[in-house]
Design a protein around this ligand. Structure first.
Ligand code: 5RP
Length: 232
């Protein structure tokens, strides 16, 4: 990550931390930008005695939240969250997202869907006119269904590959014990259709298209400023 990109991520992390007040229940996102928000939130807890609790979207987010003194809860205890924050890999003009570079998209979507406000934290490079040109679409699958699901993804115009571990032989295994396919598209023309087809395909646990979930997008600029975009 360049210094300018880190400054942009830090800016949105601090901005969302400033939106949080005592008593809130939070959704705690995964990834390097969400990590900046967790760090900024931890600083407010330490320095101001802010009292919040959050549901983590991954083992990674859970560990980071603990390190920064953010109290954790579960959706069993707190099924209605006030505000969830998370990063994204791409954001289109209708606030549809591609998420899941960290393979956490299934829990991230569950948590976002439980939140009154879902605040997306990105830098300018993530804003796109059409999804799927630069980033593949992650699809979490039950391992025995991987081949039929790859056929379905090909019929949708995607080129799927199994995400492989970097410091582990074999496929990446998600926090749910599932595999992740990365489907490369030459642009996703109709995200609703892709969503409908995938959610009707047996063996698909969930996928990284987030439709009608984001309520606000905070875009960090490399000069450290933040553009606040609300859903129109
Ligand atoms: C993890 C995610 C991340 O939020 C997304 O990949 C953005 O990550 P980063 O903030 O590191 O760029 O969806 O599953």
């Amino acid at each position: 990550m360049s210094e300018l990109q880190a400054a942009a991520k830090r800016a949105v992390g601090e901005y969302v931390a400033s939106m949080i007040s005592t008593g809130m229940t939070l959704g705690i996102g995964t990834g390097s930008t969400a990590a900046m928000a967790i760090e900024a939130l931890g600083a407010r807890i330490r320095e101001e005695g802010l009292q919040v609790k959050g549901v983590a979207t991954s083992f990674a987010a859970e560990r980071l939240a603990r390190q920064h003194g953010v109290a954790l809860t579960t959706l069993d205890e707190s099924p209605n969250l006030d505000l969830a924050f998370d990063g994204a890999d791409e954001v289109d003009p209708a606030f549809i997202l591609i998420k899941g570079r960290g393979a956490a998209q299934t829990r991230e979507k569950i948590v976002a869907s439980c939140a009154e406000q879902f605040v997306v934290l990105v830098d300018e490079s993530k804003m796109v006119d059409q999804l799927g040109h630069r980033m593949p679409l992650p699809v979490e699958v039950v391992p025995m269904a991987v081949s039929p699901i790859m056929q379905v993804l090909r019929s949708l115009g995607g080129k799927p590959e199994i995400r492989m571990g970097k410091m582990k032989d074999g496929p990446v295994v998600s926090d749910q014990g599932m595999w992740v396919l990365d489907a490369h598209f030459d642009g996703i023309q109709d995200p609703d259709h892709v969503n409908d087809v995938l959610l009707k395909t047996p063996g698909v646990v969930d996928h990284g298209l987030f439709i009608n979930l984001a309520t606000q997008v905070l875009v960090g600029r490399s000069d450290g400023g933040v553009d606040v975009l609300g859903k129109s």
